[in-house]
Design a protein around this ligand. Structure first.
Ligand SMILES: [Zn+2]
Length: 114
C-alpha cells in the first residue's frame, strides 16, 4: 500500500487552482528590460455583497431545504465563510445551524470523501 500524504491543506476555499509559474519569459535578449508585468488581476467573482436571505426575506432557514443550504457549502462539505458569500451575520449563524442540523440527518455531508 502506498502511503500517500494527505494533501488537504487548511487553506479554505474551493479554488480550482491553475498556477502558471513563470512560463515563457519573452526573449530577454540584450539587457534586463522592464518586466512585462501588469497582469496581476485577482480572479474573484465580485458578486453583489447582499445577503441572500435578507433580500428574499427568509427569516427561518429550513434545514430541510438542502438545495438552499448547498449553495453555502463547499464541495468538501465546509460551510463557506461569510465574507465569500456576503451573507449577513444574523443569517450566517442561522445558516450554520441549519447546515449542522442537515448534516445530522445526513442531508449534507460532513466532509467529502476521497
Ligand atoms: Zn441577512
Amino acid at each position: 500500500m502506498a502511503d500517500e500524504t494527505n494533501t488537504s491543506t487548511t487553506t479554505g476555499g474551493a479554488s480550482s487552482g491553475s498556477r502558471s509559474e513563470g512560463s515563457g519569459s519573452p526573449a530577454g535578449s540584450s539587457s534586463r528590460g522592464p518586466r512585462p508585468g501588469g497582469s496581476g488581476g485577482r480572479k474573484f467573482f465580485r458578486r453583489k455583497k447582499v445577503c441572500k436571505f435578507c433580500v428574499e426575506k427568509i427569516d427561518v432557514i429550513q434545514y430541510r431545504d438542502v438545495r438552499l443550504l448547498q449553495q453555502f457549502v463547499a464541495e468538501r462539505g465546509k460551510i463557506v465563510p461569510r465574507r465569500l458569500t456576503g451573507v449577513c451575520t444574523t443569517h450566517q449563524r442561522a445558516l450554520a445551524r441549519a447546515i449542522k442540523q442537515a448534516r445530522n440527518i445526513a442531508l449534507l455531508p460532513f466532509a467529502a470523501r476521497y
